[in-house]
Design a protein around this ligand. Structure first.
Ligand SMILES: NC(=O)c1ccc[n+]([C@@H]2O[C@H](COP(=O)([O-])OP(=O)(O)OC[C@H]3O[C@@H](n4cnc5c(N)ncnc54)[C@H](O)[C@@H]3O)[C@@H](O)[C@H]2O)c1
Length: 498
């Protein structure tokens, strides 16, 4: 039993659980699924098909603006509403829609509470939440309470209570809540998921996951508004919202880019579950070294609490291990590690996909990676069906090499065809809970901390992740329709993700 507030939840769950199961005679509105073991109430849950998916984008900063422009081009979707703190950001996206000859949104609202009017209306189906981290849970909860599908940027929630709040709201309202973990849709990640599922690496015993991205310039360059809503933090003399978090708390603030794909390789919440972790953090030096040597204004004195490198090890209930790392301010090129290791072989990448197997089956030696030609042959053979179907278009549209596009294509496809979203609120909670759990371990001299089972035991019976496929003939989307947005592209290049 974990120490965090799980008693009450487990008690409530035990009664809710029976009711929910009885009410739905299984798990889904989709009768084809009734005979399958479904796990927790929202595992395998699907809504009725939506002919047109009406999307509200809440937060049109750098990420939200890119999302809006991608989604507006997807067949069967419409940008029905836009909200942001700042009028100029809202106006710019309304203008963009007009120039792109897309329908005008029913709502375009500036201000901190505009999302409420949007969620209260019957003109949107999906609330796509691209706001700062502390607003992910309140906005998603508000949206679900009004029957809207809630899609949260990463991390989906900031602490254990927020995770429980989203789990309970999604279950109570019977609406899906998913985290927009785009790295689960990366070309290498999906290739590796396919190879894992085909059994190429044997029994999986270990994974490595990270977010290694030198963000010193990004964090001090004035691009994030302050927690109290000043658009220009440099003029305001206060850190932007991300740096504000880093200056207050240690721990892994951004665990899910690396962890999401590894959790899928291991069927976390669907046959396995996170058990406990230890988290160790280095001293904090790089941000302040950079700030002191680069600025003469208030920024030189910003005191960052988050250490340079946070390293955690998670043990799973089935005895696997996961190395989880965050290094967001050291002079180190971008990587997510993305390593999976099993009894027959291993693979790693992004970047530089590499793969190794036993030299000969059963000879107990794997001393080298496959050469370039062999690796390419494996890439071709095991390319994920979705990348086979939509990879060319995705690369043309872009967004972290096309994975952002694949992610948006996929959830719209699921909603349009009445099938469950690829991940659910339990995945959001388990992956995002690492923000809180790593901090607790660091603050307790790196002692082991129990993970929280948000499925309340249902991980034992839930159906494993599958290789999802897409019938592109149902999506009238051709390569000729695919285009990059020059403005979004330029910002992505500047910020180091493309
Ligand atoms: N998945 C990825 O690859 C990826 C990449 C970048 C950012 N992100 C995530 O996207 C989110 C946004 O990041 P960003 O870089 O775009 O930050 P940003 O600061 O550029 O954008 C956030 C936007 O939210 C708006 N906002 C703040 N409060 C609001 C409110 N009450 N109502 C409506 N809008 C509000 C802000 O005005 C701002 O425009 C974060 O959660 C971040 O972690 C994910």
């Amino acid at each position: 039993m974990s120490a965090y507030n799980t008693n009450r939840r487990e008690f409530l769950a035990s009664t809710f659980w029976m009711g929910a199961l009885a009410a739905t005679a299984g798990c889904v509105a989709n009768p084809l699924k009734l005979v399958e073991p479904c796990g927790a109430p929202m595992q395998g849950f699907a809504l009725k098909p939506m002919k047109k998916v009406r999307v509200a984008i809440i937060g049109v900063g750098v990420r939200g603006r890119a999302a809006l422009r991608r989604i507006a081009g997807l067949p069967g979707t419409e940008i029905a509403a836009i909200a942001d703190l700042f009028q100029d950001r809202v106006d710019s996206e309304v203008r963009w829609l007009k120039n792109a000859k897309k329908p005008a949104p029913a709502f375009a609202i500036a201000g901190p509470e505009g999302y409420k009017r949007i969620c209260d209306s019957d003109k949107v189906d999906v609330v796509y939440n691209v706001t700062p981290w502390h607003l992910h849970e309140p906005i998603a909860r508000y949206a679900m309470e009004r029957g809207k599908v809630a899609l949260n940027e990463v991390p989906g929630a900031l602490n254990i209570d927020e995770c429980w709040s989203l789990v309970e709201t999604s279950e109570r309202m019977r609406v899906p809540c998913m985290m927009l973990e785009n790295c689960c849709y990366g070309e290498e990640e999906m290739l590796m998921l396919n190879m894992v599922k085909q059994g190429l690496f044997g029994e999986i015993t270990h994974g490595e996951a990270a977010y290694i991205h030198d963000q010193r310039l990004l964090q001090f360059g004035g691009r994030y508004h302050t927690m109290d809503g000043a658009q220009d933090p440099i003029k305001a003399g206060r850190p932007g919202w991300t740096l504000d978090f880093y200056s207050k708390y240690p721990g892994n603030h951004y665990p899910t880019h690396g962890l999401g794909p590894v959790a899928k390789y291991m069927d976390i919440n669907r046959g396995d579950a996170f058990d406990f972790l230890v988290s160790v953090e280095s001293k904090a030096a790089s941000y302040s070294h950079y700030a002191k040597s680069s600025f003469t204004d208030w920024r030189k004195d910003v005191n960052v609490k988050m250490g340079d490198i946070n390293t955690s090890i998670i043990k799973t209930k089935q005895g696997r291990t996961i190395l989880l790392e965050l290094a967001a301010c050291t002079p180190r090129p971008y990587s997510r590690l993305n390593l999976v290791s099993g009894t027959k072989g291993m693979a790693m990448g992004y970047p530089d996909f590499r793969v190794a197997f036993e030299d000969k089956a059963g000879d107990g030696r794997a001393h080298g990676f496959k050469n370039a030609a062999e690796t390419q042959a494996l890439r071709n053979k095991y390319r994920h069906p979705i990348w086979k179907a939509a990879g060319e278009i995705a690369k043309k549209v872009g967004g972290h090499g096309g994975m952002d596009f694949i992610m948006d294509l996929r959830w719209t496809y699921c909603l349009q065809n009445g099938i469950p979203l690829d991940t659910d609120v339990y995945d959001l909670a388990a992956w995002s809970s690492m923000v809180d759990l790593t901090r607790r371990s660091v603050n307790n001299n790196s002692r082991p901390i129990d993970c929280v089972d948000f499925t309340r035991g249902a991980w034992r019976t839930a159906k494993a992740f599958s290789i999802d496929e897409m019938d592109m003939s149902k999506l009238p989307l051709g390569i000729e329709d695919a285009k990059r947005d020059a403005e979004v592209d330029a910002v992505a290049r500047q910020e180091g993700f493309i």
